[in-house]
Design a protein around this ligand. Structure first.
Ligand code: GLV
Length: 320
């Protein structure tokens, strides 16, 4: 039996059904941990989402589990070392959501710089009285300097878009990449990137090393006119520091698709700020991309059940 922690986009259940018996949490909300635990007592495969916490204690309660397949590229919710220790391969869905997430990164850059949400709200509330020379004026994205922190697949896709906008592209990454060089992106130390960029966009994975990366020093290192963008993972940002940065004018604005706790608590001070645009983790949310992710995760799951190498495995060391 395989357990699916959520109803999936069309096609995924159909792909799995001929090959295995399926049990599925029926609601479009995170499966309660005790329900997941009980379901895994008897499951050989788990198809999960980034809202599910998969840790060593859960694996202890899943003696028959042979494969975990997550419908996401990020997998910081899974204790991969614990999976590896039990010989369980973990699959993810890299590549298919790269361009879609880069699109949303640009949506946030454009929306924050050009005050798109505020402008639309002004129309709805009857404030559009005439064309005014100084009303709702913002900053140019075109021709500005973009600092990309983390030049992986999504960082590079953002850089490609930035090239089309005539932007100067700086990046900071553990290693310099040929793809970045081909786009004319320049590797710089982090402090230099922060000091020079009009937009700073985060594209690293969440790890012990990147947790809290965007702290007071990071934000104070940015230009006062700069905009911070995060479509990666919320816990990389110290939100108390971000609140101070936005409310005290250390930086100009922020566009976030992810927050430290998701959903963001409704009493978060960030929600009181007009210069902080927050979206509900929709980076990969297009019909085509979610379908591709769902099918890719189904392929990983079926490969694992069949004892084959997962097409996209985050812990290939399980194969020795
Ligand atoms: C979404 O955030 C993902 O990791 O796929």
């Amino acid at each position: 039996m395989v357990y699916l922690t959520r109803p999936l986009p069309e096609g995924a259940v159909e792909a799995l059904a001929p090959h295995c018996e399926i049990a599925m949490y029926p609601l479009d909300e995170p499966v309660p941990p005790d329900v997941l635990r009980a379901a895994l007592a008897d499951s050989e495969g788990l198809y999960c989402l980034l809202t599910d916490r998969i840790d060593a204690a859960l694996l202890e309660a899943a003696p028959r589990l042979r494969v975990i397949s997550q419908m996401a590229v990020g997998y910081d919710n899974i204790d991969v070392a614990a999976c590896t220790a039990r010989g369980i391969p973990v699959g993810n869905t890299p590549g298919v959501l790269t361009e879609t997430t880069a699109d949303l990164t640009f949506a946030l850059m454009l929306a924050t710089a050009r005050r798109v949400v505020e402008a639309a709200e002004a129309v709805h509330s009857g404030q559009w009285r005439s064309w005014r020379p100084t009303w709702l004026i913002g900053a140019d994205v075109w021709g500005a300097t973009l600092g990309i922190v983390g030049m992986g697949r999504i960082g590079a896709a953002v850089a490609r878009r930035a090239a089309g906008f005539g932007m100067r592209i700086l990046y900071h990454n553990r290693s310099q990449t040929a793809e970045a060089a081909a786009l004319g992106a320049e590797w710089v130390p982090l402090d230099e990137l922060l000091a020079q960029s009009d937009f700073v966009s985060l594209h690293c994975p969440l790890t012990a090393e990147t947790t809290g990366l965007v702290d007071e020093a990071f934000l104070r290192g940015m230009k006062r006119s700069a905009i911070f963008i995060n479509t990666a993972r919320g816990p990389m940002v110290d939100e108390a520091a971000l609140y101070r940065a936005l409310s005290e004018g250390w930086i100009h604005a922020a566009g976030l698709d992810v927050t430290a706790v998701e959903p963001i608590p409704m009493d978060s001070p960030l929600l009181t700020l007009p210069n902080c645009l927050i979206l509900p983790h929709v980076g990969s949310a297009t019909v085509a991309t979610r379908r591709k992710m769902a099918l890719m995760a189904a392929d990983n799951l079926l490969a694992g059940l069949a004892g084959k190498r997962l097409p996209n495995c985050v812990n290939p060391e399980v194969y020795g």
